[in-house]
Design a binder for this molecule. Sequence first.
Ligand SMILES: Cc1ncc(COP(=O)(O)O)c(C=O)c1O
Length: 359
Amino acid sequence: MALIHGGQLQQIAEQYKISTNDWLDLSTGIAPFSYPIPDIPLSAWQQLPQRNPELIAAAKQYYQCSQLVVTNGSQAIIKALPELYRQKNIHARNVYLPERGYKEHAHAWKTAGYQLHFYQASLPDITSLLPNSVLVAINPNNPTGQFFTPSIIKQYHEKLSQLNGLLVLDEAFMDVMSKEQPYSPNLDSDVANDSNSGHVMVLRSFGKFFGLAGIRIGFLIADNTWCKSIASLLGPWQVNGPAQIIAERALADISWQIEQKSRLKTLRKAQEKMLNEVFSQALLLDIKGCDLFLTLRFHQVEHAEKIHHSLCQQGVYCRLADEKDTIRFGITVMGNFKRLESACRQAYTRIIAGMDAGT
Ligand SMILES: Cc1ncc(COP(=O)(O)O)c(C=O)c1O
């Protein structure tokens, strides 16, 4: 069964009978500013996509690593990995996953017949990890914003290497964190330490930070053996030629990246402040997230669904968690602030009125 994600505007528009053009869609964590599309030569549209050494060089530089595979988004790896891992490690049965997090991971491992073990805010007790197991960590986590430092990740990586297991690090939102936080540079030091290198892989999404989720491109960073087997599993023509050209430019454009980071940070701060003020301590428990999304928890869990509903009635689409107890907003541009603020105020007023009336 297909899982529910943010970005399903058509469905929600039909449900609330508001034309798709009239929505403020904040249901995903995709940056509101997109990397400008460069001129794309006709040949890139006409020819089958080829291996693009300039893209690979730009990606290695950006992700600070020496080996990677260009993929059709991290989702392609998430889906393919469980079967592939079974072929690599016939003893693999157990997978540890965040209870709250991008649900496609759990879906893929479950579908492939693995035994799932969910952990909550902190990673599972390191001494309890089973031999040949897989640990999936989403860093920073979507939607909780939970973040694990490279030194914590390293401990788990080493432990899983000893256990003949695998650490899967999903760094889809890592681009907005500081430069020291990505784990991929640690993989290169492992090339010297062969016994650890096959026990970790890092997934990087291109679409979120660069605001171009529609072009479907992502990267797998891992050792040579993993890169070879993933590349052979995915086959040729994974990523279309125009997408490769756009990503090549974007990954090499350091000044655009600096500007993007800075404006996302400014907007996130302003949006967080506004949401804090509007929902106030009367309703709000806390706001967590990163510079690409903000997740709100409320003192009374049912308020999340009520606020989501009230916002939808006003044509503002945020993401209600599957557990229906939090809402997540993507970051939006200043031009949308007034509309967002006024819709949130209206939602707040309705909740307070309902509370006063005892409903
Ligand atoms: C944590 C996380 N990982 C991976 C993905 C998949 O992203 P993509 O396939 O665009 O790289 C998403 C999409 O929302 C996500 O939230």
